[in-house]
Design a protein. Sequence first.
Length: 385
Amino acid sequence: MLILIFSILLLPILFFIRFLRPFVLIRFGSLVSARIGHYAGNTELYLCEKDAGLQPKHPVDIFFNDKIVCNYQLKKMWDRTLNVCQITRLQRPLYIANSILPGSKKHIISLPSERDIYNLYERTSMHLSFTTEDERKGYEELSKMGVSKSSKFICFIARDSAYLDTVMPNGSWKYHDYRDCDIKRLLYAAEEMSRRGYFSIRMGAVVKESLNTNNPRIIDYATKYRTDFMDIYLCSKCYFFISPGIGLDAVPALFRRPILYANFIPFEQIHSWGSNYLFIPRKLWLTSEKRFMAFREIIESGAGRFGRAEQYEQAGIEVVDNTPEEIRDVTIEMDERLKGTWQTTEEDEELQQRFWTLFRKSELHGVIKARIGSDFLRQNKDLLE
């Protein structure tokens, strides 16, 4: 009842906003602040669309956050970049009042999806930056972890159910279980990067288990040092980020950092738009036929878009994680590609071309610039048949 009263009281303001529309367009929108992938990715792409002329010219856009804010450092940075109303209780009555009047859609901001199918990240500059005080604080926190100002580091993460089970305990998240992977599978890669002189920092806001290592260059930040501020700072400064394709990797993306996607699934939803993106997918094992599905078969069967664990189970498909060796090898490739020392062959380029012709332009893919791991593709040429 109280919301309805507020909505009625707001109607004169909405009438006035419509009166102003020929002169200035005022719009309202919701930021998906409860989930960091959407809070970072969708919001950044909205700003990229503005830069590219894909949003209305010169609107006055006013945003609201969700009741839950996943990261308060990111909130602080968006608050100083966008017009964000801090009175969250105003949001619902405002939307109700707006929907009562004609022309409501013109006054609602529809955020883009997090998929950069127009390659906007590479055509625009990033929109967030740290203050001088933030930079000082970031260097201090890195020093506490034993990482000097001049040291290069990578960030890596594995998905488990701990975060959603903790932050949203009333939800049922088992449908996401097919995306879970073991953090220990990334230790070979972290050890290799240590031998190459880098630090490796394990990320995660809430995790099921600590990282068992005595290597001082491999840092279990998730269980020992984690803060909202450093989540964003580390993602923005890393040499590259290793992810299975989860929300946090939207943060290095908005800061235009290179990303290696290992253990990626669903297959067809790979982030194909970044020229500094490299990936290897999980393989799909048909239990009844005792064989791996070919890449084309995954796409044509629809399995490449499966988004729930029960879909794989009903189709008789077992999701097979990348091996530690596969992840290590593609990490080496990422390092050498970034340094400009990676040696490719005619066979590698022919395999890449054959692989990427499987992906058509759609709501998932535009111009494809990413690459699949070269060694992974050589070892799985039979899946290209």
